[in-house]
Design a protein around this ligand. Sequence first.
Ligand code: 13P
Ligand code: SF4
Length: 304
Amino acid sequence: MNIREVQDEILRLKKENDVCILAHSYQTHDIIEIADFTGDSFVLSKLAAQVPNKTVLMCGVRFMAETVKILSPQKKVILSSPTAGCPMAEQMDKAFIQRMREQYPDYTVVAYINTTAELKTVCDVCVTSSSAVQIVKAIENKNILFVPDCNLGAYVAAQIPEKNIKLLKGGCPVHAAVTKEEALTAKKLHPNALLLVHPECIPEVSALADYVGSTSGIMNYAKNSDNKEFIIGTENSIAHHLQYECPDKKFYLLSQGLICENMKSTSLIDVLNCLKGEGGEEIFMDDKLISDARKCIDKMIAMG
Ligand code: 13P
Ligand code: SF4
């Protein structure tokens, strides 16, 4: 079978079995083409509660599939690759956050959505990279404990200096590995290009950027800009997708290392196998975990 035949078979099976395919923008182009919806974490979590299908296949990482299950417990939710975790989501556990809450009782605990369902049960509100500033701004409490990503947290803190934001040492190993030197070198190599970065990058890299935003934010900025060249400071697939969508513009990688192996552990054949019932992993969560974790996701959707 060639790629086109595999895609046609996927389209046939998902229609036959009433499956909605949600794909995070870090998936490869062949998967993006057959997905019903693609986008950043915020877009996908809102869609999770809205799509009418009986089954949702999440092509992304585990916390994204968990979010779908939490918001639509009656649906069958399948994660396309059982090994696709997000290392950041595993960095802090529930017991650690409970200890932090005891240590900082007058802080509102804000959790990046890149966390486990268990951790969400002890947090007050969730945020995504595209909703974090807006939501933290709207929280009445001045004192915020932001977990787990200290780089996104530092970016949010810089936008809202009136808040007292406490950060802990966590973050995305892929984005946090990009150095200031790489950013300076890329800007020197492409002096006419705008640098667009994800807020999971370290503050020294974000400080050099012309725009800082979520994966969808970066894509929209590049598409709508009159500029013709861009250095893309997030997972390298975003530069590839943009190059397909905007053939008259040029997209350069900020770093060859910006590859999320977890996001890339799903192949087109995995998607086909999931639809045949032969692959992926169905997400099961008990009712209490779902209702406890749901509170801070519902709050995010209401506030975002
Ligand atoms: P977005 O919220 O921008 O989709 O980011 C998710 C993510 O995992 C980035 O590394
Ligand atoms: Fe997690 Fe980073 Fe991969 Fe995003 S890029 S899924 S934060 S490891």
